[in-house]
Design a protein. Structure first.
Length: 222
């Protein structure tokens, strides 16, 4: 009995330790559990084709300020029968280092046809798709889309998440009317709630006046 009790206490204390975040960070589900998630870098379904270093649990970590602004976005979308779906938020520096290391191995093109069919891997740095520093690592940048609550399906945005190409530029012209409207819906609701968009990726937004503008964190996603 004592052994069982000891193991329980040990497991509980370990769990608490793993969940302790730096001051200013929260788990998004603790602020709004209705926001959906699909952490691509925790799986093989990403542009590298393998789980990314630093991602250890299916949870969304983000700064407290950004989380509360996302809650406002979600409240607006739910009135329309829609919901946010997060692909990535806080990203540890070791994950960024993983991207950089992968980008330098030009022979590793496992996911090229799906994610960067028209961009030579040797140009990923020059064209801004891979960088040694990421706004995600500061904790207030988020990658996300919108889904239909009833069906669970993502709205058609004209290109998939993390697609490296001009089709992913938010204002890309060669899109259907529906795709343009969907992108503008996401852009509008994010802008109205203090997030600024990124010119090359329709899914990428950063909180204005982010709290850790010059700090790049490296604690794991767990």
């Amino acid at each position: 009995m004592k052994k069982i009790l000891f193991l329980y206490i040990f497991a509980y204390s370990t769990l608490n330790f793993a969940q302790k975040l730096p001051n200013g960070f929260v788990y998004l589900e603790d602020v709004d559990a209705s926001i959906q998630k699909e952490l691509r870098y925790l799986s093989n379904n990403n542009f590298i084709g393998r789980k990314i270093d630093g991602y250890k649990n299916n949870c969304v970590i983000i700064t407290e300020q950004a989380a509360h602004q996302l809650k406002k976005v979600q409240t607006e979308l739910l009135k329309k029968g829609l919901s946010l779906k997060v692909f990535d938020a806080y990203r540890p520096q070791e994950a960024v280092n993983h991207f950089v290391k992968w980008a330098k191995v030009l022979s590793d093109t496992l996911m090229k046809q799906e994610y960067y069919p028209k961009v030579p891997k040797s140009q990923l740095f020059n064209q801004g798709y891979i960088a040694s520093k990421s706004g995600h690592t500061r904790g207030s940048t988020i990658d996300l889309t919108i889904i239909d609550v009833k069906t669970g399906k993502e709205l058609d945005m004209g290109s998939p998440y993390d697609f490296f190409g001009v089709q992913s530029h938010p204002l890309h012209s060669n899109l259907s009317k529906e795709q343009k409207e969907n992108r503008m819906l996401l852009r509008k609701v994010m802008l109205e709630n203090n997030f600024k968009p990124y010119e090359n990726e329709w899914w990428h937004f950063t909180l204005r006046n982010e709290p850790f503008r010059n700090t790049y964190f490296n604690f794991p996603v767990e």
